[in-house]
Design a protein around this ligand. Structure first.
Ligand code: SAH
Length: 407
């Protein structure tokens, strides 16, 4: 049985039934989360008999992983779950930040037309332990003197469609004594926007950062790009977002994947201003990472520049993100699909290999600066404002850089 499916209280019951004191549960989880043990044999402050009993009943990890690394310090794991389901997770290094992007489901049911994750539909929710195992596997990629600093639930799947397992796992991620000790302010949940779940999350007494994947300023266009919008609509999402802000005090982020000639028009930018003006929020514009087989394209730099200028002039807090992990297809869902078509060995080459460079432009839907910029205070918007009149200053926010690294 996977030990990561057990709460400390459940493990304590198991221990007591075998004549061990409850504090052993805390020791076991300290070993796993703080000392990064992958095996009960390593837990040297437990009696040998207990280590053996634990090993007979439980496993620390249940999945197998394939690992990829890109030149910019981004690492990606393709995770094969015990039942054969496949997901992905990513570690990004950005200055002192060590951010991880975690999946919440095998596949996705939301059907966003431009996204690789949902192309094969949904298989199932991940369990609490499967979410935690991704975090621990990525943590093990770091040297022992480095810690994970940020989490974004932005990998494969819709986290709010698997809310209870995601919240259970994040509670462990927050726990400093028997978990990863990551502040909820450094944890971002990205959602397509499911109003009842947003309200539930607002009431969960856990001030996570919430990012809403908007992608369009009006319902007809959003329904075209994000089909579940048909039965949701933008207005109820906005109302639920206001509620989240009132309850948690956390400023929301709206994400907007920029698709050439689809949602990158000047009219869209002007509509966005009308939709977002007056809201305490940040707009995160992400140039699209092309997915093989899909007809969508990244806008030209001039179109991105014009789009940005209209928003900035309209007084919107806007950030244009630079992506990382391009050479390892760090967009969740992309590597998994690629592996359906190619042999694994051809992908295990380093990023200089012909294979890897061929797939390099698949790029990422998760940028290195994402999690870290969601501290929730308004200092970020000041930073962004400071950049708005200096488009040539070397910065993550400068458009020409995005394109140099991207195309
Ligand atoms: N289901 C959640 C979280 C997973 S998707 C959500 O919708 O937010 C995380 C983000 O990546 C979303 O904003 C999604 O629209 C975006 N995304 C997906 N595919 C992308 C691609 N090819 N290029 C850029 N962003 C992409």
């Amino acid at each position: 049985m996977p030990i990561l499916e057990q709460t400390p209280a459940q493990l304590a019951v198991w221990l007591v039934a075998r004549g061990y004191p409850t504090y052993r549960a805390k020791q076991v989880f300290e070993w796993i989360f703080l000392k990064r043990a992958a095996d009960f044999a390593e837990m040297t402050n437990l009696p040998k008999g207990l280590r053996e009993e634990l090993a007979n009943h439980f496993s620390v990890f249940t999945a197998t992983t394939d690992h990829q690394q890109s030149g910019d310090g981004t690492e990606k794991l393709l995770v094969k779950l015990a039942d054969g389901g496949r997901i992905e997770c990513v570690l990004l290094r950005d200055g002192p930040r060590r951010s991880i992007c975690i999946s919440s489901q095998v596949g996705c049911a939301m059907g966003c037309v431009f996204c690789a994750s949902g192309l094969d539909g949904i298989e199932r929710n991940l369990t609490r332990g499967e979410v935690l195992e991704q975090m621990l596997r990525l943590q093990k990629l770091l040297p022992t003197d480095e810690r994970l600093s940020h989490i974004v639930m932005m990998g494969m799947g819709e986290p709010l469609a698997n809310l209870s397992n995601v919240l259970e796992a994040l509670e462990v991620a927050r726990d400093p004594a028997m978990g990863l000790g990551i502040s909820p302010r450094r944890i971002t949940i990205s959602t397509v926007g499911l109003p009842p779940a947003i309200r539930k999350l607002a009431e969960a007494n856990a001030p996570y950062h919430l990012a809403i994947s908007l992608h369009a300023p009006n319902d007809p266009l959003r329904t075209r790009l994000v089909p579940v919008n048909k039965s949701i609509r933008i207005a109820p999402i906005m109302e639920a977002s206001e509620y989240y802000f009132e309850k948690t005090g956390r400023r929301l982020t709206f994400e907007y994947v920029l698709l050439k000639d689809i949602n990158d028009t000047q009219e869209c930018a002007r509509e966005l201003i009308r939709l977002l003006r007056g809201r305490v929020s940040m707009l995160n514009v992400i140039p699209y990472n092309p997915v093989p087989g899909l007809p969508y394209e990244t806008p030209r730099p001039e179109a991105i520049h014009d789009f940005r200028k209209i928003l900035v002039d309209g007084g919107i807090n806007v950030m244009f993100r630079q992506r990382k992990g391009d050479s390892i297809q760090a967009a969740c869902g992309q590597l998994r699909r690629l592996r359906d078509r190619q042999t694994i060995s051809s992908l295990d080459n380093d990023s200089e290999s012909p294979d890897a460079s061929r797939v390099g432009n698949l790029s990422s839907n998760f940028s290195g600066d994402f999690a870290g910029d969601f501290s929730g205070d308004l200092s970020n918007s000041e930073q962004i404002d400071a950049h708005k009149d200096q488009p040539d200053q070397p910065s993550k926010l400068v458009l020409p850089q995005i394109h140099e690294s991207q195309i």
